[in-house]
Ligand binder design. Structure first.
Ligand code: X2X
Length: 334
């Protein structure tokens, strides 16, 4: 039998406010699913956020967190949040692209030069444009502040990727998103869409040779155990829209909606700081664990995308108006 200490330790490892959920007495019990390990800042901040919401609503709103794709992979969970079986879900704008194609615009390769541009755009009119599309064209809504994932880097078990030619024919895992497939086809890699829940195993069994993710994910999901090389490409920025099933959220009285929304957005701001610090500081730690790093010349990769017609194709798909919203923050892209 578990003693009290073991119980507490396992409860905190699951990132659940144990006392509240053990009782399950809240008037509104909401499920929040995500695809990341409990140790990632997203879950650390979400856990604090849920505790604050429980306290501020005097126990009326309980948010139960399901990390690590416990309720299913991203494709399944997107279905569940659409139907209302799950109430909240954090998802990359690019995977959301399966439902709302225009959401993918924040993933354009080498678009945002720095975080100044990222937050100006996503907290500004580009983000507002995407959130409006989500609310208008799906049963979902996105809270105002997007959560950070970070700038993505390429890893491989086959060879170091130092120039675009190294990607030629390489079996690369990409998240399930038309935009990601298009980008890695433009690099002449051989992209395979695999949900994050299956990535570690796919890399371990060499179903694919490589993948791309920010260092915070590589470290917390321990992908360095199955990937030897890491190429600092910063080929795109990625975030997570904090999505709600509209009906679930609207069931809450207005005063509770305000408390929930305010705490979700405040947690996003804290998570952004954590993720930036983590991504900036992890290279040394991963090197010490045996990962080999190399730098790359971004202009070579960008030129490859340009030559493949990647920017022209997506400019056309997103349309002039949306593309202008992006370039308002990034400057001319091509
Ligand atoms: O699936 C991924 O690679 C991840 C964790 O970065 C996303 O959710 C997009």
């Amino acid at each position: 039998t578990m003693n009290r200490r073991t119980l507490l330790a396992s409860a905190s490892a699951l990132a659940l406010p144990a006392a509240a959920f053990a009782q399950g007495k809240a008037e509104f019990q909401l499920k929040y699913a995500n695809n990341l390990p409990v140790t990632h800042p997203m879950n650390v901040r979400a856990n604090e956020m849920a505790a604050k919401i429980l306290a501020e609503t005097k126990g009326r709103v309980e948010i139960k967190i399901f990390p690590s794709s416990q309720l299913g992979n991203d494709t399944d969970t997107l279905g569940q949040v659409r139907s209302g079986a799950v109430d909240f879900f954090t998802l990359s704008p690019l995977i959301l692209g399966n439902l709302i194609p225009s959401a993918q615009i924040s993933g354009v390769g080498f678009a945002f030069k720095d975080y100044g541009q990222v937050w100006a755009a996503m907290d500004g009119t580009l983000g507002a444009h995407v959130r409006k599309e989500i609310a208008a064209k799906s049963p979902l809504m996105a809270f105002e502040k997007i959560w950070d994932n970070g700038y993505r880097q390429m890893t491989s078990s086959a060879r170091a990727i130092t120039k675009p030619e190294d990607l030629k024919g390489m079996k690369m895992r990409v998240p399930p998103s038309p935009f990601w497939v298009s980008m890695f086809k433009a690099f002449e890699a051989s992209p395979a869409t695999i949900n994050f829940a299956e990535v570690y195993t796919a890399l371990q069994t060499k179903v694919v040779d490589g993948q791309e993710n920010p260092l915070a994910i590589i470290a917390t999901a321990k992908l360095n155990e199955v990937q030897q090389y890491c190429s600092v490409t910063n080929h795109m920025w990625d975030g997570f829209w904090f999505l709600a099933n509209k009906k679930s959220f609207e069931r809450l009285p207005a005063d509770l909606q305000e408390i929930v929304a305010r705490n979700i957005n405040a947690a996003a701001m804290l998570e952004r700081d954590d993720v930036k610090k983590l991504n900036d500081g992890l290279m040394g730690e991963l090197k010490a664990k045996g990962m080999q790093f190399n730098t790359t010349d971004a202009e070579l990769f960008r030129a490859k995308l340009r030559a493949a017609g990647f920017y022209a194709e997506w400019h056309k798909k997103f349309g002039d108006e949306a593309w202008a919203l992006l370039e308002k923050y990034t400057g001319k892209l091509v």
